[in-house]
Write a protein that binds this ligand. Sequence first.
Ligand SMILES: [Zn+2]
Length: 481
Amino acid sequence: MRSRSTLALMGLLIASLVHAENFTEANTDRAKALIDAAVAAHGGDAMMEDLRTLVVKTRTVNYSVDQSRGTEAPWDTSINDSVDVIDIENSVFVNHAKGTGGGFENHNRTIINGEESYQLDYRAGTVAGIAEPDFATTSGPFVRVTPALLIRTLKEREANAHFLGETRIDGTDYNVVGFSMTVGPAISLYLEKGTNLLRRSERVFPGFGLVEYRFDDYETRNEVPYNRSFTLYLNGDVNLEREIKSLSVNVPIEDYLAVPEKFVAIPEVQPDPLSRQELSEGVWLIGGNGTYAMFVDMGDYIFAAGGTAGIPDRIDSLREVVGDKPLRYGMMTHHHFDHVLGVPAYEEEGATVIAATDHERIVRRAAASGETLDIQLVDDKFVLENDARRVEIVDIGPTAHTEHLLVAWLPEEGILFEADHFAMPAAGPVPPAVTSTKTFAKALEKQGFKVKLIASAHSAKPGTPEDLARALQTEEFQARR
Ligand SMILES: [Zn+2]
């Protein structure tokens, strides 16, 4: 009896193993056949072997979904002009970008070229070396939106590719193949049946959502089809539209690798581990890796300002100096998604979350339990005061970045905490002020704050009024020459 059931079980196991093997093999074979067809459709040898360099100039319109000045559509748009340069054989990549948006102006170039790798800031006129240049990570975003390069990468990595299925969208039939690049989440590629051209791709970011790319118009150059535009959808909404202004194949790229003369060398960007600074007695700026929050000891409780990434770690660090004193308030500076990530952490502490009245919906949406979230809404001003301390929470908006901006102002200490308007660089001179900084400075003047120190959600280094004045006075590098 026992041996019979064991045999039956073994038989079942063998059957399922055989089935699994066949299934895997069949799937891998199907994926490989589809990849070969896609390679042929995207230029075959001309793409796999003859393609050496690409220089692509683009104009991108970005729709700032949930990152606009207001909390609802229509969203603010920003425009970015870019040049991407890749030398596949030598693992060289350059991105030169100039744009405006969210009250910021940017003009930068990143050069990944082995030991000659640099980060250039054209507004400040500074150049910093890149200690650990990473070709795959830096070129990844360009490769993902350039079908010829994406299909090449797919072919190179076909060992980890899978056939995911067939689907029909808006009357077009697709085979879908999934694979992973060296960095980032898995990508699903939608290959149009018949032409075998890449028409769509998608990736899922946990906690963020679905990112889709669509490639609708191909033009053949040097036997390889290149897209003339693409659209990026974020959770179904248009987030980015890019037009390819020009594309050059197998041209020399040396000109893009040179650092322009008169640029001032500044130290390399260093790793920024979690740290805690005491700005004044009982006032700490805690953070690392580009995000910081301020904590104020109010005597019998703690007030916190800032909702960026990593709030639980920052609270752990705070506990080392304040023990289990209750964290009673957590202030959200504004509604942008990277500034409400901390809501659940404050919620778990049992804290009241302070937010601008206009931002209530977004803050509740960011909470683990939005309906029951304890929230204190602020119209103009909300004051916390006792024998130990006075903290004023003031809406200093509108600015060029957001309609409402809550800052935490400690009048006794002269310390102000803000987000996204004035972040000191880790090294080098204070760069010329962007529009966001200019409107922030005007708002401070209007409030009459006698500020000694400006702590920011995105800088480890608090700025002084002299730093702010210097930023406002400094002309852009090009204008200085
Ligand atoms: Zn923001």
